[in-house]
Design a protein around this ligand. Structure first.
Ligand SMILES: NC(=O)C1=CN([C@@H]2O[C@H](COP(=O)(O)OP(=O)(O)OC[C@H]3O[C@@H](n4cnc5c(N)ncnc54)[C@H](OP(=O)(O)O)[C@@H]3O)[C@@H](O)[C@H]2O)C=CC1
Ligand SMILES: CC(=O)N[C@@H](CCC(=O)OP(=O)(O)O)C(=O)O
Length: 342
């Protein structure tokens, strides 16, 4: 039976990518689309790549506008989801693509987001140990941040298998769409093109506690994370280079075996053949994740690298994958692992 889905934040990057995927989803009919400053405008002016929806007009983001749907996606800035979500009934599947319900520890939320914590919902990264069971049949989903998706998929197998010491170092480069559509001084085209620079350095990026939450759960003990994000001159993609000191007795073979086991049945995560390394271009526009791992014997470290499309697996694809699980549909329905090249 086809279900109707509303999208709040349809004028943004995350909302636009979600609509691109929902248009190809056989069980979803697209209902109300909302915006904020762009309410009243045609979607065709704002998302010209979504031709079948070009004549849809955005309404204001209110609970009234979003009611009457089977699924409501919230692709809104941080802190804007909770107020809308609490006005939607418990029978509606609400998928929050913002950060509001990702963190379990209220103190972490308050420290990194500077507002009261709204709560914690089942976390939409099905590949993590135990995550699928929490998502199946759920009426609330918190879609992960894009960097935590990339970093957690790269490192959790090492922690789940007890191979890595509890201090992870993560350096990740993101395409500029990760910062959203609203104009920002550091995203001026002439400054971003042909240059790379880090930001949020020194443990202050708000995705740090999310990574700690995921890796600590996999390890069964607290893991510290040093995370450095970097802005890369490309519209989409994240390349996360992650490493941790290897535990006693770890070998290249034991590391490889742990990753093969973790991803053997995953529809979207591809552990690449040895010697081949992830590339953001290979996952452009697809829900696929490329992972590669190596054991650096001299430094006694495990090095794991992942590539995702921040807007697809990192946001909208992850949202659809989790929605499928919540609705009892095949997990990969409407999602592709086929990229665009060159
Ligand atoms: N970009 C990415 O790679 C990722 C984004 N996300 C999350 O998705 C959410 C949306 O991000 P993104 O699409 O990138 O951001 P954009 O800035 O591109 O879009 C923001 C959307 O929210 C709407 N909006 C802005 N302010 C308000 C408000 N006060 N009340 C209601 N709606 C508002 C905007 O409407 P209008 O344009 O009409 O003003 C627009 O539709 C964020 O929470 C972000 O963290 C998650 C993972 C990755
Ligand atoms: C390049 C860039 O600016 N990226 C964003 C992350 C976007 C994202 O996934 O995060 P949320 O869903 O938590 O907003 C940033 O570093 O703030």
């Amino acid at each position: 039976m086809t279900m109707r889905a509303a999208v709040a934040g349809a004028s943004g990057y995350a909302g636009g990518e979600l609509l691109r995927l929902l248009l190809a989803h056989p069980e979803i009919e697209i209902g109300t689309l909302t915006g904020n400053s762009n309410a009243g405008r045609r979607l065709g002016e704002l998302q010209p790549h979504l031709l079948p929806l070009a004549d849809r007009v955005l309404t204001e983001t209110t609970a009234e506008a979003l009611r009457g749907h089977d699924v409501v996606f919230l692709a809104l800035p941080h802190g804007q989801s909770a107020e809308v979500a609490e006005q939607l009934g418990p029978e509606v599947l609400v998928v929050d693509m913002g950060a509001d319900f990702r963190l379990k520890n209220p103190a972490d939320w308050e420290r990194f987001y500077g507002s009261p914590h709204a709560g914690t919902w089942p976390y939409g990264l099905p590949e993590l140990p135990g995550a699928r069971a929490a998502l199946e049949g759920s009426k609330r989903i918190a879609v992960p941040g894009c960097y935590p998706t990339a970093a957690s998929l790269a490192l959790f197998p090492a922690y789940a298998a007890g191979l890595a010491e509890a201090e992870a170092v993560i350096v990740a480069a993101s395409g500029t769409s990760g910062a959203g559509k609203a104009p920002k001084a550091h995203l001026l085209g002439s400054e971003v093109m042909g240059s790379m620079t880090p930001y949020g350095v020194g443990g202050v990026h708000r995705h740090t506690p999310e990574m700690i939450q995921n890796l600590s759960a996999a390890a069964g003990e607290p893991v510290t994370v040093s995370f450095t994000p970097t802005l890369a001159p490309m519209p989409r993609g994240i390349l996360a280079t992650c490493s941790a000191k290897a535990g006693p007795g770890v070998t290249a073979e034991s590391v490889r075996a742990a990753y093969e086991k973790a991803f053997a049945d995953e529809p979207f995560v591809h552990l690449l053949p040895e010697g081949q390394w992830p590339a953001t271009a290979s996952v452009y526009g697809s829900n696929a994740v490329q992972v590669q791992v190596a054991y650096d014997a001299a430094a006694h470290r495990i090095i794991a690298v992942s590539a995702i499309d921040n807007l697809t697996k990192g946001t909208a694809g992850g949202a659809v994958q989790s929605m499928n699980l919540a609705l009892g549909l095949p997990e990969d329905l409407g999602l592709s692992t086929i990229g665009v090249a060159p």
